[in-house]
Design a binder for this molecule. Structure first.
Ligand SMILES: Nc1nc2c(ncn2[C@@H]2O[C@H](COP(=O)(O)OP(=O)(O)OP(=O)(O)O)[C@@H](O)[C@H]2O)c(=O)[nH]1
Ligand SMILES: [Mg+2]
Length: 483
């Protein structure tokens, strides 16, 4: 036997201690055997998957398209929930961080709005204001209670940097606030441009691992949710400590009046959790599926996501590949290289946005923009044979908006004197998109249209299962034709 001095450094590092007792030796050998068995099992599993992948039919490729905030990434989450629920569950830690960022962003929007009021004497009433009881200028000035709240909540804003650093997010290309908080005064727009950047990610895989992988004691990781509760820079405890202050801020009548005056409708904005602060800031908060679907994280570029369909025995029968794109205008040129090879496009048009304008260009109505994108993809020659499915999305918000008295005809005069109710408006929009397809498609094709609320998992699962079946049928037919 060689002496320790003669061995190479790795062997030295791995060698058992020279004065090892028989009991310690026995334990070590048992542990080494268990580790080897686990490693062999992983290798065998990888091998089985490789063999299986070789036998699988061609993957079905689906491209998700639509303007920013249309619900593409949320639709993808629904597919993940349906096809890979375990992976979805293991990502809860990452979504917890995004929801924390969403909460902080809402607080920032409110504090910015307060600052804008303090900084200006422009309190001209807006036509849609329903807060007549707060109409006086003085009542819209933040009082000492609000100013004190603001100071206490500055510590919450600082958490944003901590989370962003962990996310390692690039600077967003568009620094404007989301369109749902559009229609604001010039001064507050300028103010927000400087401070209120929306968090965005390029590759979903990387950012998710940033919140799951951790050097700090693995035993403190919740195996179910992947949350490291003991991490020193975790924003959870601070958010918990400031929960009451945030609740006071959101519940303050002057705050509501100021937001109303500035046309900021936080409740309809993506990533809105201020009505559930007690839950989302609780010390052991792990997001529910519903919260994950409502969390907002803007996509930059294009990311690919692979999922597998399995038979009742768990064997993989088919691979689905999804391509999720960033929808803001500057991202749209990046869609084109993916047109070539897709089996289907799911196009999302958020029809609740009929009274909003694009964050990138406040002169463009969001529904008109969706119709234009739809026209350009349905007329595209390369996509002539691609199956197109359209989701007229965010019907839940549409229903609430119309019921609150916001008139569709005020934004689309051609709607004329038709009733301003959900059924009539959604039917009208549906016909409009169908007509575009008919006019622009190079050859006749079916109009596959669904009215969706993709944050509702139940109804969405039903729609997605139907689409999955349809795609399998198309795919099968195509491969038989090719054979
Ligand atoms: N109420 C409601 N919210 C929705 C619906 N669909 C999506 N959302 C929310 O809208 C926000 C934006 O959705 P995303 O899926 O991130 O939008 P996206 O199309 O991927 O946007 P980009 O990544 O910027 O291109 C998220 O906070 C979602 O939870 C819906 O049908 N109803
Ligand atoms: Mg997205």
């Amino acid at each position: 036997m060689r002496s320790v001095e003669e061995m190479d450094p790795i062997s030295v590092a791995l060698a058992p201690p020279q004065n090892e007792s028989p009991e310690v030796r026995q334990t070590r050998i048992l542990m080494e055997r268990a580790a080897k068995a686990a490693s062999d099992e992983i290798d065998a599993q990888l091998n089985r998957e490789r063999q299986q992948a070789k036998r699988l039919p061609k993957a079905v490729k689906i491209l998700l398209l639509g303007q920013s905030e249309s619900g593409k990434s949320t639709t993808l989450k629904n597919f993940q929930l349906m096809c890979e629920p375990k992976a979805f569950t293991s990502e809860r830690a990452s979504w917890r961080a995004i929801i924390q960022l969403n909460v902080i962003r809402s607080v920032r929007i409110i504090l910015d709005a307060l600052m804008a009021v303090s900084a200006t004497r422009d309190f001209a009433p807006t036509p849609r204001s329903s807060y007549s009881s707060y109409a006086s200028r003085d009542s819209l000035r933040p009082d000492s209670e609000l100013l004190a709240l603001r100071i206490r909540l500055l510590s919450v804003l600082e958490l944003e940097d901590v989370l962003k650093r962990r996310l390692a997010t690039p600077e967003p290309e568009c620094e404007l606030p989301p369109s749902s908080v559009a229609q604001i005064s010039t001064i507050s727009t300028m103010f927000r441009r400087r401070t209120n950047k929306e968090v965005a990610v390029n590759s979903s895989v990387e950012w998710k691992s940033a919140f799951m992988r951790d050097g700090v004691g693995r035993q403190s990781l919740d195996t179910e949710n992947g949350v490291d509760w003991e991490r020193e820079d975790d924003p959870g405890p601070m958010l918990h400590a400031r929960c009451e202050d945030m609740q006071k801020l959101w519940g303050h009548s002057t705050v509501r009046a100021i937001l109303e005056r500035q046309g900021i409708r936080l409740q309809e904005s993506p990533g809105f959790f201020l009505d559930e602060l007690e839950v989302v800031t609780s010390l052991r908060y792990a997001p529910t599926d519903d919260h994950i679907l409502r969390a907002r994280l803007k996509t930059l570029g294009v990311s690919e996501h692979r999922m597998h369909l399995t038979d009742p025995n768990g064997a993989i029968t088919r691979e689905l590949r999804f391509f999720d794109v960033g929808g803001q205008r500057s991202m749209r040129a990046k869609w084109v290289p993916y047109f070539d090879d897709m089996d289907a496009i799911i196009f999302l048009a958020p029809i609740s946005a009929f009274d909003q304008t694009l964050a990138e260009d406040p002169s463009v109505n969001r529904l008109a923009d969706s119709a234009e994108i739809w026209r350009s993809i349905t007329s595209n020659k390369i996509l002539e044979k691609t199956n197109m499915i359209i989701f007229l999305n965010k019907v839940d918000i549409l229903e609430v908006k119309l019921a609150s008295g916001i008139r569709f005809a005020d934004h689309f005069p051609n709607y004329g004197r038709r009733p301003n109710d959900y059924d009539s408006v959604s039917r009208y929009i549906r016909k409009h998109f169908q007509a575009i397809l008919k006019q622009s498609s190079p050859s006749p094709r079916m109009f596959y249209c669904h009215l969706t609320n993709v944050i509702d998992t139940k109804s969405t699962a039903f729609v997605l299962a139907g689409i999955q079946d349809m795609l399998m049928r198309f795919h099968l037919k195509e491969s038989q034709l090719i054979l």
